[in-house]
Design a protein around this ligand. Structure first.
Ligand code: DGL
Length: 271
């Protein structure tokens, strides 16, 4: 048993899709969330910049004495070197491993689509994990760089015509590739899942990287004996690198319930 908080981070609001699931799955856990809203997006940047940002995000969360780190960001999870992650002072999990395993469990035809940021798709991280599980999988990967700005700017209402048009543009080739499973390889994307499903059709299983990351965190915490003591009052504290008010509508919308924060600004360059 360990009463310390779980540290969760993302470049912005997308990682809240993992927080929502963690709050449901593990209501007794405390969560410290960091969203790097002053430097979002990560997915258009170089691996060295993303690694530098991720190191600072992790250093901040470690300063909060977290017991576990979840990279609720497909981009960080794709870029962070395995030896760096293994040497961290607390256990680490990333959404790429979690979502790849879920896709392997879901696919029947072995034709798997992956969408993510440009950095994620360039890294080949999902293909690498999927092919390690089964060399025969056909993996169709596509960067969708406009999706993160759409989400961060609030174009998330189901039926939004701008989001629907861009989704059609990006996803029509994947539909034509006849994938039966599509990994939403960026944690922002579940927020526009209706637009994505609208193009892919009901027969394609969508894998939510945020949700799978939360499930993986629960499994690891259980195996490691790090769950919160029974009866502990859970809750989340939120930290951002830009104006705190910017995160509030996303917390209301995506974490839901009576989640309100607190949200505090952090000078992330100092970490
Ligand atoms: N939520 C992110 C991801 O999962 C990052 C998006 C970005 O900052 O570009 O990849």
């Amino acid at each position: 048993m360990d009463e310390r908080a779980i540290g969760v981070f993302d470049s912005g609001a997308g990682g809240l899709t993992a927080v929502r699931q963690l709050r449901r799955l593990l209501p007794e856990e405390k969560i410290v969330y960091f969203g790097d809203t002053g430097r979002v997006p990560y997915g258009t940047r170089s691996p060295s910049t993303i690694f530098q940002y991720a190191r600072q995000d992790i250093a901040f969360l470690l300063s909060k004495n977290v017991k576990f780190l979840l990279a609720a960001c497909g981009t960080v999870s794709s870029i962070l070197p395995a030896d760096y992650a293994a040497a961290l002072p607390v256990p680490y999990a990333g959404v790429v491993d979690a979502a790849s395993a879920a896709a392997a469990a879901a696919t029947k035809t072995g034709r798997i689509g992956v969408i993510g940021t440009s950095a994620t798709i360039r890294s080949g991280s999902y293909e690498e994990r999927l092919h390690r599980m089964n060399a025969d999988y056909r993996v169709f990967a596509r960067a969708c760089p406009m999706f993160v700005p759409l989400v961060e700017n609030g174009y998330v209402e189901p039926g939004d015509p701008v989001t629907a048009a861009i989704a059609r543009q990006y996803l029509t080739p994947l539909r034509e590739d006849e994938v039966d499973t599509l990994i939403l390889g960026c944690t922002h994307y579940p927020l526009i899942a209706p637009a994505i499903a609208g193009v892919m059709g009901p027969e394609v299983t969508l894998i939510d990287a945020g949700r799978e990351g939360a499930l993986l965190a629960r499994r690891r915490l259980t195996e490691l004996g790090l769950l919160a003591p029974a009866g502990q009052t859970g809750g989340a504290e939120y930290y951002v690198s830009d104006e705190p008010e910017g995160l509030l509508p996303f917390i209301r919308l995506f974490v839901g319930g009576d989640e309100r924060g607190p949200v505090t600004r952090v000078a992330i360059d100092n970490y």
